[in-house]
Design a protein around this ligand. Structure first.
Ligand code: NAD
Length: 463
């Protein structure tokens, strides 16, 4: 086999990523053996960050952005190698997105009232040290966007990452501290422990120096932080349906849906997880997905094999299948598919386990409904009250409005792939912490600040 330049480059990146994984904590900034030591270091660093000007904070943020750009490929490789989830190409893109579009200090805005009785300001101040719990699905991406937003807000952050992603997280945290020091900021603006466990998580949640907790993950961790007795931001699970009505551009809808669903092998919590299609266009939609967008139509026998493969007998997700490509999933189920296959599709009832469950895999079940109204009710049922994300393809403004009101989610993408909501192919900023359960929506620097009113009585109004 001929080895070309790009293959050599890929091999070198893989080896480098594996080497970084071999001894992640050796000489790494912000990494401690003991959670209490990590928190103490974070408290000290926050006192320094608190004293920095907004301009100095912004310099740290810019330096983080630069570092993430430089290391995007290594971070992407590490994430895929360590967790076995997602794909390198899309992960590189996700890192560029977090570097470019996570808001910095410009997000911190002051509100002012002036009048006969003086001047009142509401300024956004830091909470102090924030405790953040991060998922395996977007490990470094979440650490980066949390760190940028939290530091821009004047905080420092203690991470308790998913144990399956600890090496990638440690590497990312080191990078953030190096970037801070390079910009004249302190070390330990972001910290973690070498071995994150439920115990280290519990120490962090109970620690008196941490006033705010931010959890990005499934229902268990969100419930845990909300039960902590502290202020908590909960970015929880979703199961986003995409509704397609008879007014949609069906060919474009098929392309957008498959692109959104297959992005990083369906790992983003906002990605299309199932389709609800009105009867009039359902066959046409399926036709375009199969003929133009690399979809494999699974018959009943393959669907059954997939159920047995991706869901355990107890009804839990087989984690080995999360974030795998469509071809890998089919292979695991004993089916060989061609290299062009990107997504697995089938038609089924809304109760089908591959439709009702949040799989985080490129498997798209389609539920056929008689009309738009039934489509709305079916989508609301499938979203399970997560209030997370939902999408629609429609040219009917009344339909879009009705759907948006009924489903009541933090994110609703109209006529585009789901990732448009993260600022990729859509307007707006990026985050990988979408506070669905607690209602802050797409988090950013201002989410990680507290409002402080400052009133001057009878003076400083100069109108
Ligand atoms: P997970 O719930 O298994 O783990 C998330 C984090 O929580 C990990 O650090 C884990 O160690 C920790 N954790 C889990 N249970 C805990 C408990 N009881 N107490 C303390 N810590 C606990 O999730 P995952 O597989 O890493 O990520 C996928 C899930 O996260 C999906 O449900 C996805 O929708 C959700 N998610 C949501 C967002 C969002 O912004 N809303 C973003 C990414 C992922």
């Amino acid at each position: 086999m001929a080895v070309d330049e790009s293959m050599v480059h890929d091999i070198v990146q893989q080896v480098m990523a594996n080497m970084q994984i071999a001894s992640p904590a050796a000489g790494m900034h912000g990494v401690f053996q003991d959670m209490n030591d990590a928190i103490d270091a974070s408290v000290k660093a926050q006192k320094i960050v608190r004293g920095l000007s907004m301009d100095q904070r912004e310099k740290i943020v810019s330096s983080i952005r630069k570092r993430v750009h430089e290391k995007a490929e290594i971070l992407a490789n590490m994430g895929v190698n360590e967790t076995g989830m997602g794909n390198v190409g899309d992960k590189i893109l996700k890192h560029h997105l977090t570097a470019d579009k996570t808001p910095g200090t410009e997000d911190i805005k002051t509100i002012a009232w002036s009048g006969d009785r003086g001047l009142t300001l509401v300024e956004m101040g830091p909470f102090g040290v924030i405790g953040a719990i991060t998922p395996a699905t977007n490990p470094s991406e979440t650490v980066i966007c949390n760190s940028i937003g939290m530091i821009a807000g004047g905080n420092t952050v203690v991470f308790n990452p998913h144990p399956n992603a600890k090496k990638t997280t440690i590497y990312t945290i080191n990078l953030i501290n190096e970037a801070s020091m390079e910009a004249g900021g302190p070390d330990n603006v972001a910290v973690t422990v070498e071995i994150p466990t439920m115990e280290t998580s519990s120490i962090m949640m109970k620690h008196p120096s941490i006033p705010l907790l931010v959890a990005t993950g499934g229902p268990g961790v969100v419930t845990a932080v909300l039960s902590s007795g502290k202020r908590a931001i909960g970015a929880g699970a979703g199961n986003p349906p995409v509704l397609v009505d008879e007014t949609a551009d069906v060919r474009k809808a098929a392309r957008d849906i498959v692109n959104g669903c297959t992005f990083d092998n369906n790992l983003p919590c906002i990605a299309e997880k199932e389709i609800v299609a009105v009867d009039k266009i359902a066959d046409e939609l399926m036709h375009y997905m199969i003929t133009e967008n690399g979809c494999y139509l699974a018959d009943k026998a393959v669907q059954d094999k997939l159920v047995q493969t991706v869901i355990t007998p107890k009804g839990a997700l087989n984690r080995k299948c999360v974030g795998r490509s469509a071809r890998e999933l089919l292979r695991m189920a004993g089916v060989e598919a061609g290299p062009d296959i990107r997504c697995i599709v089938f038609e089924g009832p809304k109760e089908h386990p591959l439709i009702a469950t949040e799989l985080m895999m490129p498997i798209l079940g389609m539920v056929r409904v008689a009309d738009f109204e039934e489509g709305v009710q079916t989508s609301v049922w499938l979203e399970h009250g997560n209030r997370h994300s939902a999408h629609i393809h429609s040219k009917n403004v009344d339909n879009i409005t009705r759907y948006a009101r009924e489903i009541d989610t933090a994110i609703l993408v109209k006529n585009g792939p789901s990732y448009a909501a993260l600022g990729y192919g859509g307007e707006g900023y990026c985050t990988f912490t979408i506070a669905s359960r607690t209602g802050e929506g797409l988090t950013s620097a201002q989410t990680f600040t507290k409002r402080r009113r400052c009133t001057m009585s009878d003076s400083l109004c100069i109108r």
